[in-house]
Design a protein around this ligand. Structure first.
Ligand code: BTN
Length: 235
């Protein structure tokens, strides 16, 4: 299944725009690129700032019916990192890291369809820093893709990641997270690191399970953490 590509000079958020269209009954397969977002959104209600001209911000909207939704954003992270550079690592659940700093984020949202395995209009939003943004106010300074790919422009980066992403979503729909898991583990930056969970627990990260849940050795034993429950940071 193909999709059309639409480029807008400015929008509040490419994710918000595709979710609005879906609610209005327009669940088109489309890749929406914004040259500038005035209200880019990150996970957990955070804002996402990309420097105009120095970030690639887009959302791919399409109808999916995977057997299991867990792991989708990890599969997207695997795909983006493989398409971009072998030095890019993955910070569970869905950040791309370059040399221990955040390079890109992924925000997956779904509209309609109810629960379980039903089809849902799915919006995969991706923000990639090309130049490293000003890290003021952030706990760790961000990274930019031009550190490893000098002169990378939004168009050429998009041309590299979009076909890979479209193919990966097909594979995910057919086979779930399983084929992505070893590839995720290969780039897992939390592995064996001491981590702090947002619910206060601490432990040592030990990879991900078959569904993409984070495994953590805690004082209470090995636990599996899902991304809807807690966030995690290395310590
Ligand atoms: C995160 O790091 O928490 C996720 C960041 C996702 C940012 C992208 S930019 C394109 C798309 N539109 C948005 O409003 N957010 C995503």
């Amino acid at each position: 299944p193909g999709f059309t590509v639409e480029v807008l000079p400015e929008i509040d958020s490419t994710n918000s725009e595709l979710m609005r269209r879906a609610r209005a009954g327009r669940s088109e397969a489309v890749l929406l690129v914004a040259e500038r977002q005035s209200a880019g959104r990150g996970r957990q209600g955070r804002t996402w700032h990309g420097q105009p001209g120095a970030a690639l911000t887009f959302s791919l909207g399409l109808t999916l019916a995977p057997g299991d939704w867990a792991g989708l954003s990890l599969a997207v992270g695997v795909t983006l990192s493989e398409a971009l550079d072998q030095r890019i690592g993955l910070k569970w659940p869905n950040d791309l890291w370059l040399l221990d700093r955040k390079l890109a984020g992924i925000l997956v949202e779904t509209a309609g369809g109810g629960s379980g395995t039903a089809q849902r209009y799915t919006v995969v939003g991706v923000g990639i820093n090309l130049a490293a943004p000003d890290g003021a106010g952030l706990s760790t300074a961000p990274a930019g893709l031009r550190e490893v790919w000098p002169d990378a422009g939004p168009g050429e980066v998009l041309l590299r990641v979009a076909p890979a992403l479209a193919k990966a979503l097909q594979v995910f729909q057919a086979e779930g997270f399983a084929p992505f898991r070893p590839r995720y583990l290969h780039r897992d930056v939390l592995r064996d690191r001491h981590v702090v969970l947002s619910d206060g627990r601490t432990g040592t990260a030990a990879g991900v399970d078959e569904r993409g849940g984070l495994l953590v050795h805690t004082a209470a034993g090995l636990v599996t953490v899902t991304s809807s429950e807690v966030s995690v940071r290395p310590d």
